[in-house]
Design a protein around this ligand. Structure first.
Ligand code: IPM
Ligand code: MG
Length: 363
């Protein structure tokens, strides 16, 4: 059966970067007769405007039937004051939950030519290549009970969330971490706050237990605050990091900035049947939306991750990654990667990458 891709451009620069990825997707489909079944639907604030909800049932149903979902970005200041369940971010959280996309892979790597774009010293980040495995459907993001209430006795408001992990949730994400480490440099660092939180103490025990099945992987543990600091001081000590939803969220933003620009980094969110949602790590960046200056590379590399993990096209993924690498080494820079005015506009990136593909093919 043909593989299917649901494309959800969303809001802000999500739309522009998705356009670039789509240009490439359509061209690859044509060239290599991939026979992909591609659909495009609204999500986030754009969907709220059109259909009154950031995530419609139609999108959920379509997503469930698709092999891969390409997700641009959601959010924008015009929707900040909407009721909780109408906010654009709910689309992201809803899709993660509905499809049980528990395993979020967030690579952080540096193209050596871009070392100068990072705020850190070149020697600290040269050859950076790490992977954050973030648990994505549990923890404090989804724990119940949660709420904002009024305490009538003390006459003041209060709010609460629940940080909870079940054993099976920790086991399955730990396994993903160990398996990823086995394919890389065989080091896994599990990040928690076991000095303060019961949920973290439990997390650590379960990760230790799972480690018995992976004797070839060296397991270490770090506390989240220390891990944040270590990522900045000496990021190359890490190979794979596994963490909970909340800590993984924070650590992955730190890791992303190490690579010069968050505009370079893709991500994959997978469930146990290799269905996946692929999205750039950057958000909707409303301040630069519709100026044709966003960097579409994170989105293009997210497409490549979709080829690899959900569409059974690993060679195509490798080819596309090589084209992106070549694009950078040829000196092309989007606005986020250069201080001068000689940058390439968003809508010119895809055709350059396809030109590079032609060069490879003709070699
Ligand atoms: C991310 C984002 C989301 C998260 C927001 C937009 C809900 O920060 O994917 O990292 O916190 O998971
Ligand atoms: Mg985040």
């Amino acid at each position: 059966m043909n593989k299917s891709i649901l494309v959800l451009p969303g809001d802000g620069i999500g739309q522009e970067v998705t356009e670039s990825a789509l240009t490439i997707l359509y061209e690859l489909d044509r060239r290599y007769n991939l026979n992909l079944d591609v659909s495009i639907m609204d999500v986030g604030g754009t969907s709220y405007e059109q259909h009154g909800s950031p995530l419609t049932d139609e999108v959920i149903n379509k997503a469930k039937k698709s092999d891969a979902i390409l997700f641009g970005a959601v959010g924008g200041p015009q929707w900040d004051n909407l009721p909780w369940n109408k906010r654009p971010e709910q689309a992201l959280l809803g899709l993660r939950k509905e499809l049980e996309l528990f395993a979020n892979l967030r690579p952080a790597f540096l193209f050596k030519e871009l070392a100068a774009a990072s705020t850190l010293k070149t020697e600290v980040i040269a050859d950076l290549d790490l992977l954050i495995v973030r648990e994505l459907t549990g923890g404090v993001y989804f724990g119940e009970p949660r709420g904002i209430e009024k305490d009538v006795v003390n006459n003041q408001g209060y709010a609460y969330n629940t940080m909870i992990y079940y054993e099976n949730e920790i086991k399955r994400i730990a396994k993903i971490g160990f398996e990823a480490a086995q394919k890389r440099n065989k080091k896994l660092c599990s990040v928690d706050k076991a000095n303060v939180l019961e949920v973290s103490k439990f997390w650590r025990e379960i990760v230790e237990e799972v480690s018995n099945d992976y004797p070839d992987v060296k397991l270490t543990h770090q506390l989240a605050d220390n891990a944040a600091m270590q990522l900045v001081i000496n990021p190359k000590q890490f190979d794979v990091i596994v963490s909970s939803n909340l800590f993984g969220d924070i650590l992955s933003d730190i890791a992303a900035t190490l690579s010069g620009s968050i505009g370079m980094l893709p991500s994959a969110s997978l469930n146990s049947s290799s269905q996946g949602m692929y999205e750039p790590c950057h958000g909707s960046a409303p301040d630069i939306a519709h100026l044709n200056v966003a960097n579409p590379i994170a989105m293009i590399l997210s497409l490549s991750m979709a080829f690899k993990y959900s569409l059974e096209l690993p060679q195509l993924a490798e080819q596309l990654d090589n084209c992106v690498r070549q694009f950078i080494s040829k000196g092309y820079r989007t606005k986020d990667l250069t201080d001068d005015d000689n940058f390439i506009y968003t809508n010119k990136v895809a055709s350059k990458i396809l030109d590079i593909l032609d060069e490879f093919e003709n070699d």
